[in-house]
Unconditional design. Sequence first.
Length: 288
Amino acid sequence: MTTQQRFIIIVLTLSALLAGCSTQFGYRFADTYLEWQIGKYVDISGQLETDVDASIDELHMWHARSELPRYRDLLDQLLDDLDHGAIDAQQLFEYTDDLYGLWQDIRLQVTPYAKEYLPRLSSQQRTQLIVNLRERLDEEREEARAMSAEERFERSFDRAIERANDWLGRVHQEQRRMIRRWLQERDDSDALWLEYQEVWLARFAEVLAEPEAADFATQIDALFTNPEQFRSAELQAQSQANRELAVAVMLVIYQSLSPQQEQHLKNTLREYRATLTDLIDAYAVPAD
């Protein structure tokens, strides 16, 4: 999954954070953080706040008990493939499909909460939510405009190198060149992603304006579980091309790993696995 899949609606922001917390501390306090995040977009109080907080706790527990074991299984499969040298382009595509499937399951789990709570917002609260979401989008747009193409590229390159160093220990010069060529060759879709988010948000505002409409729940389903329908054909094509290019680059870099880098990669994955196991145990259903 690409980092550009940024669904700015608050409930999906919640689930994304739950899926992305990589440390035990962050994950254990994710529900508290998410409650604080909601307050940045819409003011809620009274019974609605109580019910939303309870639902966040439910979502957190579901994710811990249902999804974390699936993440661990995926890591086990990846570690086994690394041990047997079974990594090829097809395998990498399958891993990205698996990750997208996990993300889609979260969206499906979150959508009923959206259908339950959005109609309970007052007219003022619904307006506040849309205004704050638009301000967030405007901030992203202004941030993009404030940087030149060269500055954006160098920022992306520095971040890519930092992530590669985290996973591999330290990348050598040829691997740095591989990463730079990849960033130079991929399509810059930032403007198209902002356009997509604008289209999605405009449609969300239309639907939210009529919470008593007969098809309100159906429209929320479409917005939350299939937001890709609002992407332009150009963005869809660029996303697919960038995915294929990313897989090709990952494969080339994998084939260039030194024994020390490969061991660092495996150790890092095992550390994540150990963290997942600790969290799974912590959230397990208590024995009778």
